[in-house]
Design a protein around this ligand. Structure first.
Ligand SMILES: Cc1cc2nc3c(=O)[nH]c(=O)nc-3n(C[C@H](O)[C@H](O)[C@H](O)COP(=O)(O)OP(=O)(O)OC[C@H]3O[C@@H](n4cnc5c(N)ncnc54)[C@H](O)[C@@H]3O)c2cc1C
Length: 379
């Protein structure tokens, strides 16, 4: 029988899930806090099983059109001199892997679900109460509704998780690193290269994204107590303080931070819950199991959403469906969550010695990849 399902969040997981649930005949409503898709789209990947999912949705060609053409990371020193270039193929993403701005990915996924699910923008959940037969939801605008199931696909700072499982602090571990991204008018190099400049404990990158570019600042620091993830002035101050003495083209990027009105800023965090469901409420994507950087979050959000819809279809009741989804998807998530230290050491080495070792490593790997490509054995 068709279920009446509410999804909170029209991001990567929420839009994918809306499509697959509506396709199986459920009545799906999606509430999204933003008034439209956000413009700040850091590039994210779609690879592995997620490629199969988007192919089945019929949107692989559109995602390919929106994809960046970046195929390498170039590392430069304080004067902008080339240190080494690392082909993205060195990360073993697979030949069909795509990279595209997160906002474009979420937008294309949403477009595919829009005809069959009801999307409500500028709306969010204020209260949740469930009993054995349904979930009563009160929205921020004081409207209310009753649903068979409630799904939290509302990201790292999920409201559904807070309302149904407990405060975020119980489930979030900061990884000792912050990240800020903002759109910049043009790439610093060719459309094919993301350029990075590293200092001990800090890195800045400029990543081309289909004619535009995104600058990203990464820095290690102790957690900022009570950081409000919507306080733009504090976010700007933290980035400017962290990179005040940096060289290369960082001063001009900091000028753009000063005048930005669309800066993404957050701590790199990991979310762990002992169970992803409680009663008729379940979490998916970053809301359930996030490593907010270097964790293949978009790929896992698409794969998790598909597995949840598939599990609900394959089982007789939602409880069995939630168990099946969680046991299948945890196997993909947990190895990625454990990989943060290695990825962070490559992206943002902590010390000068670590930076030198990283630069030596990328020179060696880059040279080997170049040799393979010249011999016709590499991607
Ligand atoms: C700098 C950076 C680089 C990244 N690079 C990569 C990468 O290279 N590869 C990769 O795979 N992943 C990457 N990620 C991670 C990736 O972006 C996320 O893991 C992925 O977007 C998670 O999808 P999601 O749908 O769970 O959450 P999101 O995409 O964050 O979507 C959540 C949605 O919920 C909405 N929302 C939030 N709160 C509410 C509320 N209270 N009510 C209603 N709606 C709400 C939000 O507006 C948003 O639309 C990166 C992340 C960052 C920050």
């Amino acid at each position: 029988m068709a279920a009446n399902i509410l999804i909170s969040g029209a991001g990567v997981a929420g839009a994918t899930l809306a499509y697959w649930l509506a396709r199986r005949g459920d009545v799906v409503t999606v509430v999204e806090r933003a008034s439209g898709q956000r413009s700040s789209g850091n590039p994210v990947d779609v690879k592995g099983f997620a490629i199969d999912v988007v192919r089945r949705m019929g949107i692989l060609p559109r995602l390919r059109e929106a994809a960046t053409s970046v195929d390498r990371m170039t590392f430069v020193d304080a004067r902008g001199e080339h240190i080494a270039a690392l082909p993205l193929s060195a990360f073993g993403s697979g030949s069909e892997a795509l990279e595209l701005p997160r906002a474009d990915l979420a937008g294309i996924l949403t477009e595919s679900a829009r005809e069959i699910a009801d999307f409500r923008w500028g709306q969010s959940i204020a209260a949740v109460a469930q009993d054995a037969h349904g979930v009563d939801v009160t929205f921020e605008n004081a409207e209310s509704g009753r649903f068979d199931l409630l799904i939290g696909a509302d990201g790292l700072h999920s409201a559904v998780r807070r309302l149904a499982f407990g405060p975020e602090t119980r489930f979030r571990t900061d990884q000792g690193m912050y990240v800020a991204t903002l759109p910049v008018p043009t790439p610093f190099g060719s459309e094919r290269e993301a350029i990075f400049h590293g200092m001990p404990g800090r890195a800045v990158g400029v990543h081309p994204a289909a004619g535009r570019a995104v600058a990203a600042f990464f820095f290690r620091r102790d957690p900022v107590p009570d950081l409000d993830h919507r306080d733009l002035a504090t976010h700007k101050r933290l980035v400017i303080e962290a990179f005040r003495d940096a060289r290369w083209r960082v001063p001009e990027l900091l000028d753009q931070v000063r005048s930005a009105d669309d800066l993404y800023f957050d701590s790199v965090s990991r979310i762990d819950l002992p169970r992803w469901s409680t009663g008729r409420v379940v979490l998916v994507g970053d809301a359930a199991s996030c490593l907010s950087l270097l964790g293949d979050g978009s790929t896992l959000a698409i794969a998790g959403a598909y597995r949840l819809a598939e599990s609900l279809t394959a089982t007789v009741d939602h409880t069995a469906g939630f168990v099946r989804y969680e046991s299948a998807h945890r196997r993909s998530v947990e190895p990625r969550q454990r990989g943060f230290r290695v990825g962070a050491a490559l992206l943002v080495p902590e010390s000068r010695a670590g930076l030198l070792a990283r630069n030596t490593a990328v020179r060696v790997i880059g040279a080997a990849a170049g040799r393979r490509a010249r011999c016709g054995t590499g991607a």
